[in-house]
Design a protein around this ligand. Structure first.
Ligand code: MLT
Length: 257
């Protein structure tokens, strides 16, 4: 066993359940599986040069003025595309054809707002089911990591907690296979991991993660407004190996090289 101090992994089920100061000096993984962080990872993997997350529609429009020819503006309110925007918040819209080489200015109801809450962190990574393994490898050596779940309309939602649990599970597996001392888990990290393990057992028995998402708070609304294909896409594990990081000074998300 290598002689390293045990690292700590924590999970916050909603951004507002902790003060921003409590994230100071930590690595934070922000997640909004349905759909903001899945969309950001997809856009960057498809060649988008940077994502500028904005908490409000007005700020997104103001930011767009600075990039009239090289940016696209996207996002949602109530899950639907904002009037006058190029795209909504469906990851499926952010194809190479639509986004390659461009800056994306994005505003969403929960995900981009959760990022604002993490301004004091040491570094902020962007996670979703589609890149959970890459995130697990990226945080393995960090002494203190906190997963911040975005929730849906300020209420805890299962798909974000499941991402947190899947991440805890992957980190534990990596520690074991690399003969690292086991990670210290907070109570919320254990709850998330146990939730994930229960769902994983259902998947192993023939169920699907998409079905679990469809009855989660974030998923119910998306099904209602016709975005079931986004749920199917967002429920895929590890289809992407990229790790986006939010530069806290420039407020710009790019892939880690
Ligand atoms: C959000 O950030 O609020 C969500 O991703 C909502 C959505 O995509 O409908």
């Amino acid at each position: 066993m290598k002689n390293v101090p045990p690292n700590e992994l924590d999970v916050v089920f909603l951004p507002e359940s902790v003060p921003p100061e409590s994230l100071e000096g930590k690595t934070v993984v922000v997640v909004d599986v349905l759909r903001a962080t899945t969309t950001i990872i997809t856009a960057l993997s498809n060649g988008c040069s940077q994502v500028l997350p904005q908490p409000s529609v007005d700020l997104a429009r103001d930011t767009y003025q600075a990039f009239p020819n090289s940016a696209v503006i996207g996002g949602e309110r109530g899950g639907k595309i904002v009037d006058g925007f190029h795209h909504g918040n469906s990851p499926l819209e952010y194809t190479s054809k639509n986004i390659d080489g461009k800056t994306l200015i994005l505003t969403t109801t929960n995900g981009t707002v959760a990022m604002e809450h993490c301004r004091l962190a040491k570094r902020v990574l962007i996670g979703a089911m589609i890149n959970v393994d890459a995130i697990a490898k990226a945080v393995l050596d960090d002494p203190k990591t906190t997963v911040v779940c975005s929730g849906t309309d300020r209420v805890i939602t299962s798909e974000d907690v499941l991402f947190a649990g899947a991440l805890v599970d992957r980190v534990e597996i990596l520690c074991e296979s690399n003969q690292l001392e086991s990670i210290r888990l907070t109570d919320t990290a254990k709850i998330a991991r146990d939730h994930w393990k229960a769902v994983q057992a259902g998947i192993d028995a023939g169920g699907s993660l998409a079905d679990v998402f469809r009855i989660a708070r974030g998923g119910i609304h998306l099904v209602k407004i016709g975005h079931d294909p986004d749920i199917v896409y967002a429920s895929q594990l590890d289809i992407c190996h990229d790790v986006p990081e939010l530069n806290l000074e420039k407020w710009s998300i790019r892939l880690i090289e």
